[in-house]
Design a binder for this molecule. Structure first.
Ligand code: BV8
Ligand code: ZN
Length: 289
């Protein structure tokens, strides 16, 4: 593993908030558009930042807290084991927020670009997000690395189903308020969503911290990254693995990588291009069709 990737992994183990990136000028947009025009295989790798302008809090931004918890403290198998009700209230809240959100100009620019050029180029979106906004914007060729808020998995028989019920069960009606004064959850486990087939407790079909990604999804994403000649890295802090390795590895093998973010990240200096600004503005400019 090359030094810069090791440096990044080392960075990731240091808390994100203590990391201050040096600044970097935005790149020459016409030069990048030339590279995009010449590309045959393009990947857009997205993170929570692409949904920020749709009103969905990012993990590490100001909105990354729910009640007194960091989102990443609830997105773990341990949290679910300790209090499935609290974790279900958290995910119920996020299902409701995402359902009310609309895809923004960034999501739409990517979907329109795929519609216009998808017959002459391979265009793939690999998202870390679980909010479903890329699909709602019209993206077809999508890999959801970490699952989806609107899929459940039975903890007993492992059946995975799409579920868009709002609320997913009566006990969660009007629950999940992000109010920091609310402590714990008094919802009884028997009132949480259960499998219709085997009556096992359902969980969100989402990859939690400390859980491995689905091997088939990981392989498909890895193969896609291996074969792309241009990669756009959009709205991600590049601190969560293995997704954080994808773009630096592509850049290390000579792919053209462009980062779209409101501020530099630990990976910025690995990339040929950097476009600073909200991606709801920068993406349409670069992908204008
Ligand atoms: C695994 C679903 C095997 C949950 C998520 C190697 C080294 C160190 C640690 C590890 C390692 N390998 C594994 C680990 C452990 C861990 C990890 O990486 N920890 C980090 C914190 C150090 N990884 C795992 O556990 C993964 N599993 O590797 O299995 C294994 C297991 C254990 C130990 C070893 C190996 C599983 C990780 C998946 C976790 N699930 N999501 C849910 O959503 O509820 S991750 C979640 O956070 C997101 O999905 C995303 O992937 C990740 C990071 O979030 P971002 O999307 O980047 O969002 P963030 O808020 O951080 O940043 C937003 C960015 O947008 C910012 O840069 C901001 O500036 C920018 N922005 C904001 N607004 C805008 C904008 N940009 C443009 N426009 C705007 N308007
Ligand atoms: Zn079941």
């Amino acid at each position: 593993m090359c030094i810069s990737l090791l440096r990044r992994i080392n960075y990731s183990l240091v808390s994100y908030s203590t990391f201050k990136m040096v600044s970097r000028q935005s790149s020459d947009i016409n030069k990048f558009k030339d590279a995009l025009r010449a590309a045959k295989n393009i990947v857009i790798l997205s993170g929570a930042g692409i949904s920020a302008e749709s009103g969905i809090p990012t993990f590490r931004g100001a909105g990354g807290l729910w009640r007194k918890y960091q989102a990443s403290a609830l997105a773990t198998p341990e949290a679910f084991k300790t209090s499935p009700s609290l974790v279900w209230e958290f995910y119920h809240y996020r299902r409701e927020v995402a359902a009310k959100a609309q895809p923004n100009a960034g999501h739409i620019a990517i979907a329109n670009y795929e519609t216009k050029y998808g017959s002459e180029k391979i265009i793939t979106v690999i998202t870390q997000n679980v909010d479903g906004l890329h699909v709602r914007a019209g993206t077809k060729n999508l890999i959801e690395l970490h699952g989806n808020l609107y899929k459940t998995r039975c903890t007993k028989c492992k059946e995975v189903l799409v579920n868009t019920d709002s609320p997913i069960c009566p006990a969660l009606e009007n629950r999940g308020a992000p109010d920091a004064n609310v402590v714990g959850s008094d919802i009884l486990i028997k009132e949480l969503p259960h499998c219709k087939k085997c009556s096992g407790l359902l969980r969100p079909h989402i990859v939690w911290f400390g859980e491995s990604l689905d091997p088939d999804v990981l392989k498909k994403a890895g193969d896609t990254m291996e074969s792309c000649d241009v990669c756009l890295v959009v709205g991600t802090s590049s601190v969560v693995y293995p997704a954080a390795l994808f773009a630096p590895q592509a850049a290390a093998r000579g792919a053209v990588v462009a980062e779209f973010n409101i501020e530099p990240t630990p990976a910025t200096h690995d990339f040929q291009f950097y476009f600073e600004g909200p991606c709801g503005t920068t993406l349409p400019t670069v992908l204008e069709v």
